[in-house]
Design a protein around this ligand. Structure first.
Ligand SMILES: Nc1ncnc2c1ncn2[C@@H]1O[C@H](COP(=O)(O)OP(=O)(O)OP(=O)(O)O)[C@@H](O)[C@H]1O
Ligand SMILES: [Mg+2]
Length: 253
C-alpha cells in the first residue's frame, strides 16, 4: 500500500482537484483507492458524492471507530472515501487536548486493514495545523500540487521545510513523491517561467506531467463526477491520466 498526503498550505493550490482526479485515474488503472478527506471544508467529500456521510475522518481520529466503520463508497468507480463530516471542524480543538495529537491518524491506520488498498490519498486543509500534520505523519509520501503562479513558490519552500521537521520528529520515513505544476496556462510566458523555477528547485522531484488550466476541471465537482467521467476527452482528463501513469511508475522504487 502507498499512502500519499496531498498537501500545500496555500489555499486553492489544486489539492482537492488533484486528490479526486488522481484517485479516479489510479482506479482506472486497476488500483484500489481510498481517499481520506482531512479538510473540514469537505470539498473532496462533496465531489465524491459522500456529503451525507454520518461518520468519517473525525470519528476515526478521535473515537474508537475502525477504518471499516468510517469508509463509504463514492460516486467515482473504484474509489472509496473517509468523509469530512461537519464534526471535523472541531477536530483541531479536540486533538489539541491530546498528547501525540499529530500521530492519531498514523496510529489508527497502522492498526487497520490498510492492506485492502493499493493507494490511500489524503486531502488536507490550506493550513499547517494539526490535521495537515496528521496527514504528513501517517503518509509515507508527500505530493505537492503547486499553482503555476509566482506567489505560490515561497509557500512550497516553507512546506518542504515543514516536511523536514516532520521527518525529524514524527515520521522518519516521509519522502517527497513529487511536485506537480497545476493550472498551467500554456499561453502565458509567466506560467512557463514559474514551471522553470520549480524545475530548477525540485529537479528530480518534479513530475513531468503538468496539469493545464481546463475549465472542465472546475465544472466537474458540481456533477459529482471525476474529470474522467465528466469529460473523458478533455485536457484535464488527459493530464490526470498522465499523472497517474507517472505515480504508478514510481511503484517499483
Ligand atoms: N487545472 C485546473 N484548471 C482550471 N481550474 C482548476 C484547475 N485546478 C484547480 N482548479 C480550480 O481552482 C480552484 C482551487 O482548486 P482546489 O479546490 O482543487 O484547490 P485546493 O488546494 O483544494 O483549495 P483549498 O486550499 O481551499 O482546499 C477550484 O475552483 C478549482 O476548480
Ligand atoms: Mg481543497
Amino acid at each position: 500500500m502507498r499512502c500519499l498526503a496531498i498537501a500545500n498550505q496555500k489555499g486553492g493550490a489544486a489539492k482537492t482537484t488533484t486528490t479526486v482526479n488522481l484517485a479516479a485515474a489510479l482506479a482506472e488503472l486497476g488500483r484500489k483507492v481510498l481517499v481520506i478527506d482531512l479538510d473540514p471544508q469537505g470539498s473532496s467529500t462533496d465531489w465524491l458524492g459522500a456529503g451525507g456521510a454520518r461518520h468519517g475522518a473525525y470519528d476515526f481520529l478521535t473515537n474508537g471507530a475502525m477504518l471499516g466503520d468510517v469508509t463509504g463508497g463514492s460516486s467515482v468507480e473504484g474509489v472509496s472515501v473517509v468523509a469530512a463530516t461537519p464534526a471535523l471542524q472541531g477536530a483541531e480543538r479536540a486533538l489539541a487536548r491530546e498528547v501525540g495529537a499529530e500521530m492519531a491518524l498514523q496510529r489508527k491506520l497502522k492498526g487497520s486493514a490498510s492492506a485492502a488498498w493499493d493507494y490511500v490519498l489524503i486531502d488536507t486543509p490550506p493550513t499547517l495545523g494539526v490535521l495537515t500534520l496528521n496527514a504528513l505523519t501517517a503518509a509515507r509520501e508527500l505530493l505537492v500540487p503547486v499553482e503555476a503562479h509566482v506567489l505560490a513558490l515561497a509557500g512550497v519552500a516553507h512546506l518542504i521545510e515543514t516536511m523536514g521537521t516532520v521527518r525529524d520528529r514524527l515520521n522518519p520515513d516521509l519522502v517527497l513523491a513529487g511536485v506537480v505544476a497545476c493550472r498551467v496556462d500554456s499561453r502565458t510566458r509567466h506560467a512557463a517561467d514559474v514551471v522553470d523555477s520549480l524545475r530548477r528547485k525540485f529537479d528530480g522531484s518534479m513530475y513531468a506531467t503538468q496539469i493545464r488550466e481546463n475549465i472542465k476541471l472546475a465544472e466537474a465537482p458540481s456533477f459529482r463526477q471525476s474529470i474522467l467521467d465528466y469529460d473523458p476527452r478533455s485536457s484535464g482528463a488527459a493530464d490526470y491520466r498522465a499523472l497517474a501513469a507517472e505515480v504508478v511508475g514510481q511503484e517499483k522504487s
